[in-house]
Design a protein around this ligand. Structure first.
Ligand code: PEP
Ligand code: MN
Length: 333
């Protein structure tokens, strides 16, 4: 349920109302915009007398929120969430260009790619240290040593770093990581989501291979319900009957998620397509559709990459992609 307060309501009046609602065992989420203040009521709202609440002097209107996701819901929080990552802002008109290799492979590799993507205009560096691989015999990532190398790349370039967590037991290793990624395969690892919700780290939550947008939003709700509001959603392609591409990029997810939720929406055209030649056109389409950011795999030598070489761009290709993405954003302004 949400209560929209009248313009001109004083902080004391708002607080008085919040105290009254909290006395009914409800959590109250406050969203203060320039024009309007929205109180989101979380918990068992069946005991709230909507008519009574709506009749109060300071209350403009009261609405039931029928969707099961509450804190993620734009009705609870009409303004776009802007996630602050180090010096970078993401969402609400601020764009993230996240680039880097699928996996951290060596110090030379990650420093070289970091410097190249920075020079080409990326504002965040990605790189997997814990890799969820389909085969147990495939390269599993450098793990803690990989995170150490990402931290070195961050020191060398100033780029904040994004890397995936697979198990909450490794959380201590992520102390200096700027954005923790939850991969597609862990989107519904609810224990992991709840623990990440207890931190204040920005979380990049990727859509599962076969999950609906509502399920993605419910997973974001798991993180937010524990107190962490720094959540970004990532569309990375879903599994369909099509086999030419690795997955099928659901471009409409951008608009749907932005309508239903206030969280930034990032698009990953690399895992969505699995083919380097398809990455630029899908990145342009995502930028044109209003994505809040793009995450692209870039490798200094894709042919020799230990993971996902076929979908990795060279630094030169990435520079061209970023230039065009920024041009598209200019046109849309
Ligand atoms: C990744 O971004 O490194 C990754 C493994 O992606 P996904 O979880 O989307 O497959
Ligand atoms: Mn990858």
């Amino acid at each position: 349920m949400i209560a929209i307060l009248k313009h001109g309501t004083t902080p004391a009046q708002t607080q008085h109302l919040i105290d009254w609602l909290k006395n009914m065992n409800l959590d109250v989420h406050i969203s203060e915009g320039q024009e309007v203040t929205v109180l989101g009521l979380i918990g068992d709202t069946s005991r709230v007398d909507m008519e009574l609440l709506g009749s109060l002097d300071i209350v403009e209107s009261v609405k039931r929120v029928s969707e099961p996701f509450k804190q993620v819901n734009r009705k609870f929080h009409p303004l776009d969430t802007v996630v602050q990552v180090s010096d970078a802002k993401i969402g609400g008109g601020h764009f993230a260009m996240i680039a880097g290799p699928c996996s951290v492979e060596s110090e030379e590799q990650i420093i070289e790619v970091a410097a190249a993507v920075k020079a080409a205009g990326a504002n965040l560096l990605r790189g997997g240290a814990f890799k969820p691989r389909t085969s147990p015999y495939a390269f599993q990532g450098m793990k803690g040593a990989g995170i150490e190398l990402l931290i070195k790349a961050k020191a060398a370039t100033g780029l904040p770093i994004v890397t995936e967590i697979m198990n909450i037991s490794t959380l201590d290793l992520f102390a200096d990581v700027d954005v923790i990624q939850v991969g597609a395969r862990n989107m519904q690892n609810f224990d992991l989501l709840k623990e990440l919700g207890k931190t204040q780290k920005p979380i990049l939550l990727k859509r599962g291979l076969a999950n609906t947008l509502q399920e993605l939003l419910m997973s974001a709700e798991y993180i937010m319900s524990e107190g962490n509001e720094n959540v970004m959603l990532c569309e990375r392609g879903i599994r369909t009957f099509e086999t030419y591409t690795r997955n099928t990029l659901d471009l409409s997810a951008i608009s749907v998620l932005q309508e239903l939720s206030h969280l930034p929406v990032i698009v990953d055209p690399s895992h969505a397509t699995g083919k380097a030649k398809l990455v630029p056109p899908m990145a342009y389409a995502a930028a044109a559709a209003g994505a809040d950011g793009i995450m692209v795999e870039v490798h200094n030598n894709p042919a020799c990459a230990l993971c996902d070489g076929a979908q990795s761009l060279t630094p030169v290709q990435f520079a061209e992609l970023n230039k065009k993405v920024q041009q598209i954003r200019e046109v849309l302004k």
